[in-house]
Design a protein around this ligand. Structure first.
Ligand code: 13P
Length: 247
C-alpha cells in the first residue's frame, strides 16, 4: 500500500519564534510515522525551516512558485530557488491564489510544469465554490482545472500530487463529508487513469477543514491518499493527531 501524505499549508502565518516552537514540537512528537509528512511554509522562512528540519522525517514545501525560470519578474520566486532551500513540494493553484491573484487554469498548469522541471513536486489544488456545488457543477469544475494540468504536463502527470479542496470547506470548519470527498476523488482518479497508466500512484489529498476529529474517516476512503491541512497544521497536537490517523 502506498504511504499517505500529510502536508501542512501554513498560509501567511508564522514568525521566526512561532515556527521554531511549532517545528520543535512536531519533531519531538512525530517519531517514525508510517506516512509522509511535509510543511509548506512562507518562502521567507524556507531557510529557517530547512535548518530546523535537517535530517528529520518532516519534508519542506513552499506555497507558490513562478511559471518562469528566471529574469525580470519582480517579486516572483523561481523553482530553482525553492530547490536550493530544500523544498521537495510546492503548492500550485490554491484557491486563495486563484481567487485573490486571478490565477487561471493555464497559469497553474505552467507553474506545475516549471516546478517539475526543477525537480520539485507540485501539489496541484482543484476545487469548486459553494455556488458551483449548489448549481451541480462540481465535477465539471474540478475536471476542467485538472485537465489543464494534464494537457500541459503530458506523461509527467504521474509525478504530481493533486489536492481536492472544496472552496466552501476551506477555513470554514465545514469539512466535506467523507462520502462527498470520496465521490470527487473517484472522479479525479478516473480522469488521471485515462491520462496515465501510473495514475494509481498519484497521491490525491483532501483539504478543507481537515482536523484531528475528522481525519480518520476522511483518510479511510479508497481514493483519499492524504491531507492538505491549513488551520490544524499550525497546532502541533492537532497536526500530530492527523499524522497518527494516517499511519
Ligand atoms: P483549512 O484546513 O484551514 O480549512 O485550510 C485548508 C487549505 O486551504 C489547505 O491548503
Amino acid at each position: 500500500m502506498k504511504k499517505k501524505l500529510i502536508a501542512g499549508n501554513w498560509k501567511m502565518n508564522g514568525s521566526l519564534a512561532a515556527n521554531e516552537a511549532l517545528l520543535k514540537a512536531l519533531l519531538a512528537g512525530v517519531g517514525q510515522p508510517a506516512c509522509q509528512v511535509a510543511v509548506c511554509v512562507p518562502a521567507v522562512y524556507l531557510a529557517q525551516c530547512q535548518a530546523l528540519l535537517a535530517g528529520g522525517v518532516i519534508e519542506l514545501g513552499a506555497q507558490d512558485v513562478s511559471a518562469h525560470e528566471s529574469g525580470a519578474y519582480t517579486g516572483e520566486i523561481a523553482p530553482a530557488m525553492l530547490k536550493e532551500f530544500g523544498a521537495r513540494y510546492v503548492i500550485v493553484g490554491h484557491s486563495e491564489r486563484r481567487q485573490y491573484h486571478g490565477e487561471t487554469d493555464e497559469l497553474v498548469a505552467a507553474k506545475a510544469q516549471r516546478a517539475l522541471s526543477a525537480g520539485i513536486t507540485p501539489i496541484v489544488c482543484v476545487g469548486e465554490t459553494l455556488a458551483e456545488r449548489e448549481a451541480g457543477h462540481t465535477e465539471e469544475v474540478v475536471k476542467r482545472q485538472l485537465a489543464a494540468v494534464i494537457h500541459t504536463n503530458g506523461h509527467c502527470i504521474s509525478e504530481v500530487v493533486v489536492a481536492y479542496e472544496p472552496v466552501w470547506a476551506i477555513g470554514t470548519g465545514l469539512s466535506a463529508t467523507a462520502e462527498q470527498a470520496q465521490q470527487v476523488h473517484a472522479v479525479l482518479r478516473a480522469q488521471l487513469k485515462a491520462a496515465s497508466p501510473n495514475a494509481d500512484r498519484i497521491p490525491l489529498l483532501y483539504g478543507g477543514s481537515m482536523n484531528a476529529a475528522n481525519a480518520k474517516s476522511l483518510l479511510a476512503q479508497a481514493d483519499i491518499d492524504g491531507g492538505l491541512i491549513g488551520g490544524a497544521a499550525l497546532k502541533a497536537p492537532d497536526f500530530l493527531t492527523i499524522i497518527a490517523a494516517a499511519s
